[in-house]
Design a protein around this ligand. Structure first.
Ligand code: AMP
Length: 447
């Protein structure tokens, strides 16, 4: 396989909040690389014990026994401040400890080899990245230096910068970052080739983030028209709603409060996530936990209806986000040719139902694997970046946009927008600002 000089092949990494996936483009297609235990995705989870560190599947498997030293959801901390409301809220449900570090940076505290250790979110994420890098090198049988990594389209500039730092810590040469729904669109475009222009809406609801992108795909040119989303909405939030519901039920029926017990909370979270997945194919699921309190087993049946009721505002928010994205793209919903489902949470029947209703009964595109589409697309992008000119990727061009407006904070405290959201990137803007005479010129570049 052709590599970039002696840097080996460039790998594509879908660095997800709950699961991550690594892929490489070879023999004219993206190859998803399975981890040591044969799984095609790797839990984005790191655990510390008295004697060792686990990453991925092994870390997730020992989570219930070692909740306070098993770190997950760390993408929710990347590029954020400790005092951010979202961090403060998330911390209520995490069994591991997070404290405020220098400059209000969140710091994760664990016990490792008998000592207290502190890690930045970037360091934990880099451990996951190193694991994915090793998985790729062991599969490919050669050294790999370069990677392209995906980020949620709605990640802020701070979160993108923090992701680049993760690449540096993991000693990977980061060729570029690409937005998750854009990567999924590439996967879709390669799978469903067409000679006419297609307007495609990518609906990406994963474990922790939600993105909607509207693109046109025309003879290998992928042009993102608009992006909207919520960098803090995904399957984890649905699990957490169920966890809170069960906590209330326990208080009401048994006068017990388990919210301060990390071990019990972890068991409950695992049981709720399992029940949520079951509810995607049946109407009832039982949340069962052995020895929840005083050697008593706990069991509660939850119906699909009550699960939907618990989360209806979040599902409704998804539909509102689609409306906003279409408005920004200046497109009517009737002009969309294909609605593509990406991310594990799009398996939830009510999500599909609401989408189909919004698009007046249109059939949704479920033919690309929702767990692997982003990795597939980023592997293709990685091959394009390194200039591998095989016929399938030949002539492909990606025109992406800045998802959020970027500007300068002026003396009034208001943001003076320099680059409005949905501007095609790369772009460069200059503006003269005169509030501080010694610093007359503002200049911003976005890549
Ligand atoms: P992703 O980030 O795309 O890997 O999505 C992971 C999220 O998808 C997690 O929150 C999972 O609980 C959720 N998920 C996966 N399969 C299902 C399913 N069958 N029903 C509901 N949620 C699911």
């Amino acid at each position: 396989m052709a590599g970039r000089g002696d840097n080996g092949p460039t790998i594509g990494i879908d660095l997800g909040m709950t699961y991550s996936c690594v892929a490489v483009w070879q023999q004219n297609r993206a190859e998803i690389i399975a981890e040591d235990q044969g799984n095609r995705t790797t839990p984005s989870c790191v655990a510390f014990t008295g004697s060792q560190r686990f990453i991925g599947t092994e870390a997730k498997n020992q989570m219930v026994m070692n909740p306070t030293n098993t770190v997950f959801d760390v993408k929710r901390l990347i590029g954020r401040r400790f005092s951010d409301l979202s961090v403060q809220n998330d911390m209520q449900l995490w069994p591991f400890k997070v404290i405020a570090g220098i400059g209000d940076k969140p710091v994760i505290v664990v016990q490792y080899k008998g000592q207290e250790k502190q890690f930045a979110a970037e360091e934990i994420t880099s451990m996951i990245l190193v694991k994915l890098h090793e998985i790729a090198e062991s599969y490919l049988g050669c050294a790999v230096m370069d990677a392209v990594i995906t980020v949620p389209a709605y990640f802020t500039d701070c979160q993108r910068e923090a992701t680049k730092i993760v690449g540096v810590i993991a000693s990977l040469d980061l060729m570029c970052l690409i937005n998750e729904p854009t990567a999924a669109a590439i996967a879709y475009g390669l799978e469903k080739r067409s000679n006419t222009e297609k307007k495609v809406l990518i609906f990406d609801l994963g474990g922790g983030t939600f993105d909607v992108s509207v693109l046109t795909i025309d003879k290998g040119i992928f042009e993102v028209k608009a992006t909207a989303g919520d960098a803090h909405l995904g399957g984890e939030d649905l699990d957490n709603r169920m966890v809170c519901h069960v906590i209330q039920e326990l208080k009401r029926k048994h006068h017990k409060d388990i919210s301060g017990n990390p071990n019990k909370m972890r068991k409950l979270k695992v049981a709720c996530e399992r029940a949520k997945r079951i509810l995607s194919s049946t109407n009832n699921a039982t949340i069962e936990i052995d020895n929840l309190f005083e050697d008593t087993n706990f069991s509660l049946t939850i119906t699909r209806d009550s699960f939907e009721e618990l989360n209806m505002d979040l599902f409704a928010k998804c539909v509102e986000t689609i409306k906003k994205c279409l408005k920004d793209a200046k497109m009517d919903k009737s002009s969309i040719h294909e609605v593509v489902l990406v991310g594990g949470s799009t398996r939830i029947p009510i999500v599909q139902q609401l989408l189909q209703e919004f698009f007046n009964g249109k059939q949704l595109c479920k033919s690309i694997n929702p767990d692997e589409a982003v990795a597939y697309g980023v592997a293709a992008q990685a091959a394009m970046v390194r200039g591998e000119g095989n016929e399938k990727l030949n002539g492909m061009l990606l025109l992406d946009i800045a998802p959020l407006s970027i500007g300068l904070e002026l003396g009034t405290g208001n943001m003076n927008v320099l680059i409005p959201r949905n501007t095609v990137i790369p772009t460069k803007k200059n503006r003269i600002v005169s509030a501080i005479p010694s610093k007359p010129r503002g200049s911003i570049m976005v890549y």
